[in-house]
Design a protein around this ligand. Structure first.
Ligand code: ADP
Length: 260
């Protein structure tokens, strides 16, 4: 890793209040409340189906909650009051632009080089000058340890390298918050460490991150705050030393016993 790329945007503060989301009759989020301080890492733990990914996707407005408030810095959306049509899309679009998402599988464009994958968003969606986007993309590739792979195609990279490109691509959009949705779950075990190391570096650098992961030991090391979800509610939240090291709730203890 090099430190050629200083973080270019001020990391954010997140506030989530009363978040509710259903898919059909299935109520998946039943009132989620939490806050993340600027420059901290929040890890969401919990059994499969507990609603972790839906929380993350709501922060990026990939899922639209029916109720509740999400604020990232001064951009706040009250989902029970989002106007219909264009005005509503503009409001949720502003919130979406605050965060960058790293998915389970990186979804890189297969027929474009690593560099082209990185500059697509900045140049096309954000209409930033190409030279500026290229210089920033190269610095980001250095940061994730792939400075020499700018001209490679995704298929020429290992799964771990592809996922590191996925992280660089999320950062290229200059988000205030970086969201990670099980970023290592599709990787072979021997490739997990290099991706977690990049995320750890970002957290140490002061990015505000929200991470869904099943890597409990990693969570312990990286998290300033752990939220344990079950059945669409936060059962327990606090510093990792408390929630993972000394959980108060029986449901948290049972979960940790199963996965550790
Ligand atoms: P987790 O990340 O904790 O595994 P999710 O947030 O992915 O949980 O999912 C919570 C619940 O919502 C699950 O029961 C899942 O099947 C359901 N769900 C998620 N996305 C959809 C969708 N697009 N349509 C219908 N049900 C969904």
């Amino acid at each position: 890793m090099t430190d050629t790329t200083e973080q270019q945007t001020e990391p954010a503060r997140i506030r989530v209040h009363g978040l509710e989301k259903s898919f059909g009759d299935h109520k998946v989020l039943r009132g989620i409340d939490f806050e993340s301080r600027r420059g901290t890492s929040t890890v969401l733990l919990g059994p499969s189906g507990s609603g972790k990914t839906t929380v993350l996707r709501s922060l990026n407005v990939l899922d639209t909650p029916e109720r509740g408030v999400i604020a990232i810095d001064d951009v706040e959306v009250d989902f029970s009051r989002v106007p219909a049509g264009k005005a509503g899309r503009r409001e949720t679009g502003r919130l979406r632009a605050q965060s960058g998402m790293v998915f389970q599988a990186h979804n890189l464009f297969p027929h474009r080089t690593v560099l082209e994958n990185l500059i697509e968003g900045p140049v096309i969606a954000q209409q930033r000058p190409r030279e500026e986007a290229v210089a920033e993309a190269r610095a980001l590739l250095d940061q994730v340890g792939l400075g020499d792979r700018a001209d490679s195609y995704p298929f020429q990279l290992s799964g771990g390298q592809q996922q590191r490109v996925g992280i660089a691509r999320a950062l290229a959009l200059k988000p205030r918050v970086v969201l990670f949705d099980e970023p290592t779950s599709s990787l072979d075990p021997e490739l997990v460490g290099e991706v977690l190391a990049v995320i750890k570096d970002l957290a140490a650098e002061g990015w505000t991150t929200v991470i869904v992961t099943h890597e409990i030991r990693f969570a312990e090391q990286v998290a300033d705050q752990v939220l344990f979800l079950d059945g669409g509610v936060i059962v327990e939240k606090g510093p990792s030393a408390q929630v993972i090291g000394d959980p108060r709730e029986e449901r948290t203890r049972r979960f940790l016993k199963r996965v550790l």
